[in-house]
Design a protein. Structure first.
Ligand code: PLP
Length: 438
């Protein structure tokens, strides 16, 4: 099975489904980036997946570099997770009452992410970040938050604020439907620019409840924090009584068992989690210092709730995947080695073709930016040639490599990606880079 297709793809069933979908679902998809708008063409409808391989509804197979945008760190359908889910479903799919597994899940999260002293389970990353800033506001009695241009924290109103209006000016809504009233409480600052944060805090003295960021950014493509940047943010937050929130929805349990905060040795006040924590089921979580988390209802007055929160099937899947990661620390070395091979190989191919493209990598996340500039923030990410990227994406797809259908996304590597599969990827990469620049 370990080979890529040699005949042109037939996507007839996918195309027919997309035509139907557009009649019933806005844009034909349930999450915008799936529609392939940034790369052209029609989305591929998936049927099944196992390990590193996806199979679409027309029977085409692809090596997967999205892994459901992060959750499938062990590859698709790992037996250990499926078994846990099979074991759980016979006992009903939901109770709306406490269960033992929620306690076990909380204990496991605290062991793996020691900065978390209390944790609340929710159903998505979006819920986690929305709730975390509400709690930070309730705890500090302040209204404003600082976020960074190019960081994504889900689709909560407070996070959909246009970058570029400058750190010191009021935010403007990025999406119709977000009110000016909400937007003015979100201050946006360029990533990796500590003085800009200092100026923003000074200009909003005593008003900033929380500073939220992706400690390693996956949502403008993969961007790493500069040396000392996270410590600088930690110090500023401590100095000014601002709640430091690490949004580890992508990086949690991925960059290390304890996430980016373990990798970089920085302790945030609160952490938001999602993706890997559910093993592919809809789960999120937020947690942190006990004195902050004890403000959450019913312990405290900050309201937050959920009919399906702590769902028995989701916790079964999550506990199985997290336990496996906890017990197999060597997997992180394997993921790093595999992804370094992919990143180095891609860089080498680009050099051979006279393209000095920037390949950013941290652990098992990476991005190939179609620019020769170092990418350290949104502005530098935007120097990428997105048209060439679109051609490359299509060339890879037709060679059986499933990449994220947009330049400004990170790619995720799973433990199912063997060295032989990396070799297949690199062959396809060389041909596709050539084709995209032919
Ligand atoms: N935070 C980060 C860093 C994310 O990458 C995402 C989603 O990609 C979210 C929050 C939102 O999570 P969800 O899509 O589960 O609502």
């Amino acid at each position: 099975h370990d080979s890529l297709p040699t005949t042109p793809l037939s996507l007839a069933t996918s195309d027919a489904l997309f035509t139907r979908a557009k009649n019933h679902i806005p844009g034909g998809v349930n999450s915008p980036v799936r529609a392939f708008r940034a790369v052209g063409g029609h989305p591929v409808f998936m049927q099944s997946a196992k390990g590193a391989w996806l199979t679409d509804v027309d029977g085409n197979r692809y090596l997967d570099f999205i892994n459901s945008w992060g959750p499938m760190i062990l590859g698709h359908a790992p037996e250990i997770v499926l078994e846990a889910v099979r074991g759980a479903i016979g006992n009903s799919l939901s109770f709306g009452a406490p269960t033992q597994r929620e306690v076990e899940m909380a204990e496991l999260i605290k062991q793996m992410v020691p900065s978390i002293e209390k944790v609340r389970l929710v159903n998505s990353g979006t819920e986690a970040t929305m709730s975390a800033i509400r709690v930070a506001r309730g705890y500090t009695g302040r209204n404003k938050i600082i976020k960074f241009e190019g960081c994504y924290h889900g689709h909560g109103d407070s996070f959909l604020i246009a970058a570029g209006s400058g750190a010191l000016t009021l935010g403007a809504p990025d999406s119709p439907g977000v009110t000016q009233g909400v937007a003015q409480d979100t201050l946006t600052v360029p990533y990796n620019d500590l003085p800009a944060v200092e100026r923003t805090i000074a200009a909003n003295d005593g008003q900033v409840a929380a500073l939220i960021l992706e400690p390693v950014v996956g949502n403008m493509g993969l961007v790493a924090p500069a040396e000392g940047y996270l410590q600088g943010l930690r110090d500023l937050c401590t100095q000014h009584g601002i709640v430091l929130i690490f949004d580890e929805v992508m990086t949690g349990f991925r960059l290390a068992r304890g996430g980016a905060q373990e990798l970089y040795g920085i302790t945030p006040d609160m952490t938001t989690l999602g993706k890997i924590i559910g093993g592919g089921m809809p789960v999120g979580a937020y947690g942190g210092r006990q004195d902050i988390m004890d403000n959450v209802a019913p312990a405290g007055k900050v309201y937050q709730a959920g009919t399906l929160s702590g769902n028995p099937i989701a916790t079964a899947a999550g506990i199985a995947q997290l336990t496996y990661l906890q017990q197999h620390p060597e997997l992180y070395d394997q993921l790093n080695r595999t992804t370094t091979r992919i990143a180095d190989g891609t860089r080498q191919i680009c050099r051979e073709l006279g393209l000095n493209y920037t390949v950013n990598q941290v652990g098992s996340m990476f991005s190939v930016f179609f620019t020769d500039q170092p990418v350290t923030d949104l502005e530098s990410a935007k120097t990428s040639n997105t048209e060439a990227f679109g051609r490359y994406f299509q060339a890879m797809l037709h060679r059986g490599i499933y990449l994220a259908p947009a330049q400004y996304e990170a790619l995720f590597v799973s433990t199912a990606m063997t060295d032989d599969l990396v070799a297949l990827y690199l062959t396809a990469c060389r041909e596709s880079m050539r084709e995209a620049h032919g």
